[in-house]
Design a protein around this ligand. Sequence first.
Ligand code: BDR
Ligand code: CA
Length: 342
Amino acid sequence: MNAENKKRNVILDCDPGIDDCLALMLALRSPELNVLGITTVCGNVPAALGAKNALKILKRYGRLDIPVYVGEEKPLRREYVSAQDTHGEDGMGDSGLSEVEEVSPLPGAVDFLNRTLKEQQEVSVIALGPLTNVAKALEADPQAWRRLREFVSMGGNFKSFGNCSPVAEYNYWCDPDAAAFVYENLPVRIHMIGLDVTRKIVLRPDILEYICQICPEEGEFIRKITRFYFDFHWEQEEVLGCVINDPLAVAYFIDPSLCRGLDLYTGVAVEGIALGQTVCDEKGFWKKAPNSRVLTQTDTEGFMRLFLSRVAGAEEPQLSRVLRQLYPAACRNSIEGGQQDA
Ligand code: BDR
Ligand code: CA
């Protein structure tokens, strides 16, 4: 079997979004993946705008051959609330990047998802935004989803606090009905990359500096799109740098040893003060078979090793030397501990 045959077919469903862009960059630089298409959903920004942003990343990487499909512009039942306060009006940190003119996004993300699941073999989906497209597609054609290989979703939280209410994470809070439907009906176990693990993935100023040193073009691009995100994190939480949630979902799909977790039944609250909260039945009260693998621990340094080698082309032995500076053994526990549950 040659390397091309071993690539895993994947659709990236996303809402770019600064950290979605970084996740797309990681996916496009990962030889293990065959990206069949990118679908966008309303989330950080409207789906049509997210699709334009996805094209900007594809163009940078010379991959305009990958189709981008625009998906749902409204959550299933709730009013749409974007996250442009976090990601900028343009969703890319108000970086003013020029539009891609060579190709346009295509309509019909939901149809694309179902068609691809039926026509291609062993397709997995990595969802980096609200689950509206997935819920719509699953509802329209449950048989297509019986062919799904794996499903990784950035969203939710187990023991960690929320990021848009005391208990809810943005992707599931934005469309809780879609998240609840998908958790109830998807025929495969959902790998839930929630805030418990993504909060530990911080693009720190020193890490960005390293990228700029070894790969100035990529470093300047990342600096440009994350400047707004850095400011947001400083103002909101006095975090130096920014939490980059979505690339961890891609990294975990490539290398599952980067996270550890528990197989649990998870439900999603669709009303009331807990709107959008993932309720993970750790103690088995509901006596339901697990529908999710809830990731609770992550190897921060391992993630960064993968990210830096793929996105910035960092090479050994320098990469290991730099990682020792970035994550000194003496601090490792406090980094992990400091990011744990509130
Ligand atoms: C999630 O919400 C969005 O703001 C990010 O892109 C990420 O997918 C984190 O809660
Ligand atoms: Ca996202």
